[in-house]
Write a protein that binds this ligand. Structure first.
Ligand code: 13P
Length: 341
């Protein structure tokens, strides 16, 4: 191994471990322009560059959140925005000891030849974009693959899983080359009517292919984080599994597929209620010790109460920060299985 690569590897390992430091997790605030518009619409706020900036500023300037938040994932626009005082967001976060990250995929697009299945795009030009993001202060990145379950149609197909695993592995290898920690996110969606057993099977097939592809592409396991879904029944399913069942199935599935060299697993919340997302993480950590840290990289489950409280009303900005702080503290406690309402 040459000295330059060794230095890069040390940095990757350090950042990956810092992101899953005890009691801390990641805030996903990387909604694309389309997704943040949906979120702002839901509370009656028009999505403009300024409302998007102000909403993110409220979250990022929350006093004390850094005790529970190790890193924040930003969207391209947000990475280039600044606080009211003119401090660029990456700098503002760093001054609080929070690591800035960046979403680098270009979204899930229809997979040609496979109706109703998707593949995530964004590999073209990624090497150059990563170099620019590193200049702007990003130390880790995220790429999300979207897998939907439809048992009647035989989805996900093996081909869809392979196409997404291949893209995730190429992204991860490019990130490591640039000295940026890749968060590898294969999300099996929870919006179908499938049982928890089907979700476990699909999550297994997905992770199996993702780790094979990562290995084949020479990705160093010590320098990545995995961001998976939990193993859970689809939202429309008749029988919803109880929280302990979800926690046990998720841990079983991860133990079968995720190498022990991976420093941490940071879950997405995927549409679970904020409290359930905390409860699931809490139980999983009570089931430990595990070979990896089990943490959070929540979007909606960290932000929903804050967004609702703020709803564009400046007089509510502080109350919104308190709501975000509360969720961050609850999830921080769930990191060690010590959460209670
Ligand atoms: P949710 O926690 O809202 O699923 O968002 C996490 C995320 O980053 C999805 O890509």
């Amino acid at each position: 191994m040459n000295a330059e690569f060794e230095r890069k590897l040390d940095q990757l390992k350090r950042v990956a471990n810092d992101l899953v430091a005890p009691g801390k997790g990641i805030l996903a605030a990387d909604e694309s322009t389309g997704t943040i518009k949906k979120r702002l619409d839901s509370v009656g706020v028009e999505s403009t560059e300024e409302t998007r900036r102000r909403y993110r500023e409220i979250l990022f300037t929350t006093p004390g959140a850094e005790e529970f938040v190790s890193g924040v994932i930003l969207f391209d626009e947000t990475l280039r925005q600044s606080s009211r005082e003119g401090t660029p967001f990456p700098e503002l976060l760093k001054s609080k000891g929070i690591i800035p990250g960046i979403k680098v995929d270009a979204g899930a697009k229809p997979l040609a030849g496979h109706p109703d299945e998707k593949v995530t795009e964004g590999l073209d030009g990624l090497r150059d974009r990563l170099a620019e993001y590193a200049e702007l202060g990003a130390q880790f990145a995220k790429w999300r693959a979207v897998i939907s379950i439809d048992t009647d149609k035989g989805h996900p197909s093996d081909w869809c899983l392979d196409a997404n695993a291949h893209a995730l592995a190429r992204y991860a290898a490019l990130c490591q080359e640039a000295g940026i920690v890749p968060i590898v996110e294969p999300e099996v969606l929870m919006d179908g009517s499938n049982s928890i057993e089907v979700c476990e099977d699909v999550t297994s097939r997905t992770l199996n292919r993702v780790f094979n592809a990562l290995f084949e592409h020479g990705v160093v396991m010590e320098g990545i984080l995995l961001k998976p879904n939990m193993v859970i029944a689809g939202k429309q399913a008749e029988r919803q599994a109880d929280p302990r069942e979800v926690a046990e199935a998720t841990v079983r599935c991860l133990r079968r597929h995720v190498p022990a060299a991976v420093p941490g697993i940071v879950f997405l919340s995927g549409g679970q209620s904020d409290e359930l997302a905390t409860e699931h993480l809490n139980i999983m950590n009570q089931l430990g010790p595990h070979p990896w840290e089990l943490s959070f990289s929540y979007g909606r489950a960290l932000q929903a109460p804050a967004l609702k409280t703020w709803a564009g009303d400046e007089s509510k900005a502080e109350a919104a920060q308190q709501a975000y702080y509360h969720r961050a503290r609850c999830n921080g406690a769930a990191r060690s299985g010590d959460w209670s309402e």
